[in-house]
Ligand binder design. Structure first.
Ligand code: F6P
Length: 321
């Protein structure tokens, strides 16, 4: 059994990271282990910026977005020398393993730390992108989806008032999952994702016909940032169709907010699971949710294999538009 571990949040923050951190801390303490919180992700690991935590360290945070530990991107940690320095800081405190809550880039860093420095790592998928291979959920993706659908509902009102084309750009980095799931939920006429090609001339002709032939009141388009810029695509569509078009970029609003029940519960369940595993000697795995159950995915697979969008969802989105 390991007796001293740490927890950190890394990469883009996501709603639910605090719920996961809370579960890690309380599970560790309940099992008689010492638990350190690392501030500001890998930068804090390098700067030896960490603190021993207790039950009260994580009081009153389950409902809060963001991350009380902070997060940051660290170029130095991307080097073997940086990882050696980070590992030294952990060993000096007797820390035997670390729970890393973050996205694919953060989990990739954890993999390097484990391989090069023999530090035990267990990952949790903390990202709104839902782009981690081997699982169909990531902590924060549900809250972000609900933030987006609220924006879509508001856009429908104003687009219909003006008979406009409304195009909304959402996050997801190289994944189209947020755009696909919210576009479907919002009844978008078009959903543009990096995983599927699209022809703007064809879309423009179809929209023009909708307006001319069946008096279409408005059109809603959701575009994933990895598929293009809503502003540029909107300008091209307005030029091609002659229809008033307005673009909105939701940006970092998608990263904030009080986590939904799903994000709070899954983050807590995964936090407990990851901690028990780490304490029991497990390393190099990522715990996630697949079809509603807990899965553990080999860390190397999680960071090297690319998650695909469900082609059925892509097909259905076109049918239901
Ligand atoms: O990975 C989460 C994410 O929100 C992506 O969807 C987005 O492209 C990126 O982070 C933005 O990164 P930053 O917060 O560093 O601008």
């Amino acid at each position: 059994m390991r007796k001293t571990i740490a927890v950190m949040t890394s990469g883009g923050d996501s709603p639910g990271m605090n719920a996961a951190t809370r579960a890690v801390v309380r599970t560790a303490i309940l099992n008689g282990a010492k638990i350190f919180g690392v501030y500001n992700g890998y930068r804090g690991l390098l700067e030896n910026d960490m603190i021993e935590m207790n039950r009260r360290s994580v009081s009153d945070i389950i409902q809060r977005g963001g991350t009380i530990l902070g997060t940051a991107r660290s170029q130095e940690f991307m080097t073997p020398e940086g990882r050696a320095k980070a590992a030294e800081n952990l060993r000096e405190r007797g820390i035997e393993g670390i729970v890393v809550i973050g996205g694919d880039g953060s989990l990739r860093g954890a993999q390097c730390l484990a391989d090069e420095q023999n530090i035990a790592v267990v990952g949790l998928p903390g990202t709104i992108d839902n782009d981690i291979w081997g699982m169909d959920y990531t902590i924060g993706s549900d809250t972000a989806s609900n933030t987006i659908i609220d924006a879509i509902n508001k856009l429908r009102d104003t687009a219909s008032a003006h008979r406009r084309i409304a195009i909304l750009e959402v996050m997801g980095r190289h994944s189209g999952w947020l755009a696909l799931i919210t576009g479907m939920s919002g009844g978008a006429e078009y959903i543009l994702v990096p995983e599927d090609s699209f022809d703007l001339d064809k879309i423009a002709a179809e929209i023009r016909a909708m307006y001319d032939e069946n008096q279409k009141r408005y059109v809603l388009i959701v575009v994933a940032e990895g598929a293009g810029s809503a502003i540029e695509i909107g300008m091209k569509l307005e030029e091609k169709t002659g229809i008033d078009t307005r673009a909105s970029v939701l940006g970092h609003i998608q990263r904030g907010g009080s986590p939904t029940v799903i994000d709070r519960v899954y983050a807590s369940v995964l936090g407990e699971k990851a901690t028990l595993a780490l304490l029991s000697g497990v390393s190099n795995v990522v715990y996630g949710i697949q079809h509603g159950g807990i899965v553990n995915v080999n860390l190397y697979d999680a960071v090297t294999k690319k998650k695909q969008l469900d082609p059925e969802y892509i097909r259905m989105a076109k049918v239901l538009a």
